[in-house]
Design a protein around this ligand. Structure first.
Ligand SMILES: Cc1cc2nc3c(=O)[nH]c(=O)nc-3n(C[C@H](O)[C@H](O)[C@H](O)COP(=O)(O)OP(=O)(O)OC[C@H]3O[C@@H](n4cnc5c(N)ncnc54)[C@H](O)[C@@H]3O)c2cc1C
Length: 399
């Protein structure tokens, strides 16, 4: 029997909606399905930083592609892009590695400015950059609205004929010859020629429900990240740049003109996976708050006068090298099933590239002719030692 759809995308966060947007142009029958709704998963909890300062050339090129897409989003919808700029400070011992990276990024057409610490203190009075020697500034970096981006992708796809089903959970995947059958929570089934899992931390759970177990599951774990929101004292209000602060393993993002969002860059958090079937904390605990506010005060002493106004938590779908798995799951016995997950806490800014790569993979574009070769994202890399590396791993960050 002819399957109901050519492509079924499971998961309607920033990844699944972007894939639906890129697939809509193939003019096939596409279904986007989600257990809850559009952008109700980790996308809704994202700090949504948009930057191109990566230290792996492939990921940086994807960052540039995605940045350009989000900067030119008007024909698709609303991105909420705001560009206060972003600082990346480095101590003397990492100056050379940072300089080499800046050269690599410039060759990709990415705008990077080298700044002195004195310049930065002029641009951001009240900041303490003791111990730093060299600062890279990305004037175009900023943040966007991930819920608006996902809804825009979804709406634009719907206008082009993509069918959407929300509030419908996929409980089991079964591959047959030439068709994939999805069993839904209400007992109904739908079939597709190809199915793409954009199911973030829930990917292995769906695979387990479908009979995969143990070492055959994907190397994706869930880690719990907390973002604190602080009201700035009047002297620190107004337009401020974003600050990436690896020595304090934190980042500080101006949220509008009066708040700062404070998030973690600590890889230790990702080494403590959480069980997604348990009820997880929705807000920060006291120890975390005291610890991270202390880090912020270290860098911006005037924030000692700030007030914590709220906090949220969300999950990172971590892989061993902090990069996505984009692959066919044929090797698990799921012919016609593909995955784009394991985005490791930085997947929003790359969502246009994930949409493009996944759509090229499932429409059988030859890897050599594709925009970004998806074979780099195969889970084979964890077995054959070809993990995606970061020039900055010695600084303590995977990015
Ligand atoms: C606290 C935090 C801060 C972050 N900060 C940044 C940042 O600054 N910059 C950045 O680029 N990225 C950031 N990220 C990461 C980024 O937000 C995510 O990588 C990205 O949004 C994930 O999108 P997704 O579509 O893959 O997953 P999700 O948004 O989680 O969507 C997955 C969807 O799959 C659905 N689903 C799962 N299982 C099933 C099933 N069986 N049947 C049907 N539907 C199913 C879920 O309901 C969900 O809607 C952050 C993430 C967090 C948590």
């Amino acid at each position: 029997m002819d399957p109901d759809f050519d492509f079924i995308i499971v998961g309607a966060g920033s990844t699944g909606t972007s894939i639906s947007y890129y697939l809509r142009r193939y003019g096939k029958r596409v279904l986007l399905i989600d257990a809850k709704g559009i952008a109700t998963g980790n996308t809704a909890r994202s700090s949504a930083l948009i930057r191109t300062h990566y230290s792996n050339e492939l990921i940086a090129a994807m960052g540039k592609y995605s940045f350009d897409a989000i900067s030119n989003f008007d024909s698709i919808g609303f991105s909420g892009l705001h560009q206060p700029g972003m600082f990346f400070p480095f101590p003397e011992k990492y100056k050379e590695v940072a300089r080499e990276n800046v050269e690599m990024l410039r060759k990709l057409g990415i705008r990077e400015e080298e700044r002195s610490v004195t310049d930065i203190v002029k641009q951001f009075p009240g900041i303490s950059l003791d111990g730093y020697d060299y600062v890279v500034y990305e004037p175009l970096s900023g943040y966007a609205d991930p819920v608006a981006v996902s809804n825009s992708y979804a709406e634009s796809s719907r206008d082009s004929g993509v069918v959407q089903m929300v509030g419908r959970e996929v409980k089991r995947i079964e591959s047959e010859k030439g068709s994939v059958r999805l069993l839904l929570g209400d007992g109904s089934t739908i079939t597709g020629r190809k199915v793409i899992l954009a199911t973030n931390v829930w990917t292995n759970r769906l695979l387990e429900w479908s009979g995969v177990s143990g070492g055959k599951l994907l190397p994706i774990t869930a880690s719990l990240h907390t973002v604190l929101y602080l009201k700035r004292p009047p002297v620190l209000q107004g337009e401020k740049p974003i600050l990436w602060d690896p020595p304090n393993l934190a980042y500080y993002k101006p949220e509008g003109l009066t708040l700062f969002a404070l998030g973690s860059l600590d890889p230790e958090i990702d080494k403590r996976p959480v069980n997604i079937d348990e009820i997880l904390p929705e807000t920060a605990d006291n120890d975390y708050t005291v610890d991270y506010v202390g880090r912020l005060i270290n860098r911006i002493p005037g924030m000692g006068e700030a007030t914590v106004v709220s906090s949220i938590t969300g999950l990172y779908d971590m892989t061993p090298d902090g990069q996505a798995i984009i692959s066919s799951l044929d090797y698990l016995g799921f012919e016609g099933v593909y995955v784009c997950a394991g985005l490791s806490g930085h997947g929003f800014k790359l969502s246009p590239a994930y949409g493009l790569i996944t759509s090229e993979m499932v429409t059988d574009v030859e890897p050599e002719k594709s925009t970004f070769d998806w074979r780099n994202f195969s889970p084979d890399r964890f077995r054959n030692g070809k993990m995606l590396t970061s020039r900055y791993s010695e600084i303590g960050t995977i990015y």
